[in-house]
Design a protein around this ligand. Sequence first.
Ligand code: SAM
Length: 275
Amino acid sequence: MSSVQPGCLWVVATPIGHRDDFSARAVATLREVAVIAAEDTRHSRPLLLHHGIATPLIALHEHNEREVVEAVVRRLQGGESVALISDAGTPLVSDPGFRLVRAARAAGIRCSPVPGACAAIAALSVAGLPSDRFVFEGFLPPKSAARRARLQELAGDPRTLIFYESSHRVAESLADMRAVFGDGREAVLARELTKLFETVLDEPLARLAERVANDPDQQRGECVILVAGRGEEVDAKLAEGRRVFAILREELPPAKAAKLAAAVSGAARKALYEG
Ligand code: SAM
């Protein structure tokens, strides 16, 4: 019987933007392991070097995962410890690694997380939408018909919905969400989190979809879309009325501001201001 103890597969989260969102334990682990399996070695190397990590890298991405998994599991069985990272955030969350973790566990290898950034959770933490129950949907289908069909399946879900979306499809996806979920469903677009142009917009879907469609700057960078679950709809007229009232209230007496905001939005004046 071999006396070699199997190594550990460390699944290590890396930053989603800000380079310092890297835990001390993540850095120490990545320095100590025999090898780091990375989604894109050229992408990860500068970040690793910035944190003084010179450990050898091997590529593990969706196109070679099957072949590399076998070799990595053999190294783990031989007693080496290996870390798994992806380009950003938590491996396996819309990123490669599932096959490796599954194979390692099946081989009796210890798999241990070194947790850290995840865009879905970072977005949820600042969205201001109910966060006690939520669904992570990852990326929607790229074609509109399939996307709308998927959204339709989610339309009755009372939990907050979280989607990843690429910047060149964000306007189309928001338009489809508006069509399927309705104008008044609350939604949040969280862009470029932890980076220079971080933006978090929260509006009813009708307004958010229009704003993003009309502003190319909102169609840049990396983004997470969050939509309130069914039952969290705000009345679109009321939301508009409140927005207009808040603006007019800075210049006018409240009764006058409410009267004008009600006329502009179609919301009931009493719902905007009781006076
Ligand atoms: N594994 C990653 C995680 O833990 O969040 C996600 C990887 S997935 C391939 C990349 C997607 O995550 C992007 O298209 C975007 O939807 C989202 N994302 C990543 N970084 C982000 C950031 N800084 N701000 C907003 N969304 C981000």
